[in-house]
Design a protein around this ligand. Structure first.
Ligand code: M6R
Length: 586
């Protein structure tokens, strides 16, 4: 996480303004603090502020900075509290750096630097990089040689950009497991993603171990052996999508309401190659968070319709437990950002030890996952700005459903109606807004579902907890009696997913059991189901849908419920506390 941006200015450029504009695109990566540093008349100057970028901007209005080259940072704190003192850029005597990632051997390095007389002013792991660089410079080495020597000793993950008081037109930057893009355009620049180097026309994505020296009109690239290499420049071809909130009060609501169209686009754009599962005897899904929930749904679908055993792994756990990968495995990595380090590392692990074929399902085009996968299916959800994933999730499910049902013509035909059913479900918006009043003051909520709606119960709970801060858990409805039932009382909303499907009787018995212990039972069902459910429960009636597609439809009211509950509680829905959209640290 953390966003980094750097711009080499040309005469009369307002470098600080350009850095801030780029940081605005990167705030999704963290918003614990923000800062900017420049080289100005042979000096490093910097300004930092706790919290969102707007706080830094307000400070800059009072204390303007100007310079010939600048770097900036928006932080998601790992080491050290989100204070101004720990905010980046971090300065050592004659230089400043910004960093995204974690320096794993920082304690040893800090000890060594302290012995050499360096005084540490922050609690960050990053400060060792600044002082290591300064130590090399003090030894009389050039900035580039100093940088190389530092890269030799730091371990962990990093994207770093550094400026030096002696170099008014230079940024030196490096990457190891954290993304970094170098932009060629009116200004040479670096950024954590391609949106943060716009309006550049060409980009070079640094590879692991590479570093770059960027000057006013040029950039020299070096590989991990520090030999100069020819960069692989690519034309930037991202759609400058409409990133306006429009009529909506939050991006999250806009993104929820877009879902019938994003599902439609995803269906249209992806044609499944029927040979993809040929010879596959096992499917291995790797993902985190909401994407992991999409994988859990896919397990139900793949085993039922493809008849291929499927395992779904939490990517952060996978490679640390000596997994048995097996033969003829198809790995599927699911990730909205395409950047989640846990998912990337788990995928690399499978590649390294098994040479399995890897299919990625990603939303962000050209993201890192596509570079380590054989095939990438892109969800056509468009840019997702709200930190809580909504439209990307239903688009992931859409692709997974297409993979699962591609041999079943009747399902494929029915699938075409899904966007219309989503529209009808979104029309329940006002009913759900009212319902949110019933849960917004709860301290805890329980979500129940069976079969492929069990992961949707988990997803509903995740949405509620991440944006409203109400503690919520999703359980398999049949599992409730094995422990979670102890949590139910009159004040605990029990939110059940109970369409009239083949598990209806079982789920409605679980609902009776919950109702015997609490009175706030809310059920999402369909017209047939509502006839048979207890009258003293609150029922929201969704359109009738083939059982197979229910997960895609039933998550939508849960997203709305979480959204309205969080809005009533007045939280920062699009940027909930402690979270970041793209999780690039382990
Ligand atoms: O970009 P990814 O899909 O790999 O991200 C995985 C999770 O970090 C993400 O889904 C997270 O759980 C979201 N905050 C959920 O809303």
């Amino acid at each position: 996480m953390c966003g980094i941006a750097g711009v080499v200015g040309k005469s009369n450029d307002d470098v600080v303004k350009k850095v801030i504009e780029r940081l605005e695109k990167l705030e999704y990566r963290g918003y614990d603090s923000a800062g900017v540093a420049v080289v100005s008349n042979g000096q490093i100057e910097r300004l930092r502020a706790v919290g969102k970028l707007r706080n830094l901007k307000a400070k800059l209005e009072q204390n303007p900075l100007s310079g010939s080259v600048g770097i900036g940072h928006t932080r998601w704190a790992t080491h050290g509290k989100p204070t101004e003192n720990n905010a980046h850029p971090i300065v050592s005597e004659n230089l400043a750096i910004v960093h995204n990632g974690i320096i794993e051997n920082y304690k040893e390095l800090k000890f060594e630097l302290q012995k050499d007389g360096f005084i540490f002013e922050t609690e960050t792991d990053t400060e060792v990089i600044a002082h290591l660089l300064q130590r090399e410079i003090n030894r009389g080495l050039s900035s580039r040689k100093s940088f190389e020597n530092v890269l030799k000793v730091i371990e962990g993950s990093y994207a770093i950009a550094a400026i030096f008081s002696s170099l008014p037109n230079t940024i030196i930057a490096a990457r190891q497991k954290s993304p970094l893009a170098v932009g060629f355009g009116d200004n040479m620049c670096v950024g954590s993603d391609v949106s943060s180097i716009l309006p550049c026309s060409e980009v070079v994505y640094l590879e692991d171990g590479e570093y770059v020296e960027i000057t006013e009109d040029n950039a020299l690239f070096f590989n991990k052996n520090f030999q100069q290499v020819k960069p692989k420049k690519q034309k930037i071809s991202i759609d400058l999508e409409n990133t306006d909130k429009g009529e909506y009060s939050h991006y999250m609501l806009k993104e929820i309401m877009e879902q019938s169209s994003t599902i439609r686009k995803t269906i249209l754009h992806n044609k499944i190659d029927k040979n993809i599962f040929e010879g596959v005897s096992r499917i291995l899904i790797l993902a985190c968070g909401t994407s992991h929930h999409a994988g859990m749904v896919a397990k139900y679908w793949f085993e039922k319709f493809l008849k291929i055993p499927t395992d779904v792994e939490i990517a952060s756990e996978y490679r640390y437990r000596s997994p048995i990968i097996g033969e003829n495995v198809l790995a599927i990595a699911i990730t909205q950002s395409g950047e989640t380090i846990d998912t990337l590392e788990a995928t690399e692990y499978v590649r390294r030890y098994n040479n399995s074929k890897v299919v990625a399902i990603a939303n962000v085009k050209n993201s890192a996952i596509s570079r380590i996968s054989d095939v990438t299916f892109y969800t056509e959800a468009g840019i997702e700005i709200g930190v809580a994933s909504t439209k990307a999730f239903t688009a992931q499910l859409t692709i997974l459903a297409e993979l699962a049902f591609h041999n079943y013509d009747f399902l494929t035909r029915e699938f075409q109606n899904l966007p219309t059913l989503c529209e009808e479900t979104l029309d329940l918006q006002n009913e759900i807004k009212d319902l949110a009043k019933r849960i917004c003051s709860a301290s805890s909520a329980i979500y129940l579902g069976r079969g492929s709606l069990y992961p949707i119960a988990m997803e509903g709970a995740l949405k509620l907890k991440e944006i409203s801060y109400i503690h919520a858990e999703g359980f398999a409805a049949g599992e409730m009696k094995h422990g979670p039932i102890a949590l139910i009382d009159d004040d605990t909303p029990v939110i059940c997913l109970c369409p009239h499907n083949e598990l209806f009787e079982k789920t409605s018995s679980n609902i009776q059991v919950a109702l015997a212990r609490g009175k706030n039972v809310i059920i999402f069902t369909d017209s047939d189901g509502s006839k048979f459910l207890p009258p003293e429960t609150t029922k929201i009636v969704l359109p009738k849908i083939p059982e197979e597609f229910a997960p895609i439809l039933y998550v939508i009211p849960l997203q709305l419920l979480a959204y309205y509950a969080a809005s009533l509680r007045g939280t920062d829905v699009d940027k909930p506390r402690n979270l970041a959209k793209s999780v690039t640290v382990e």
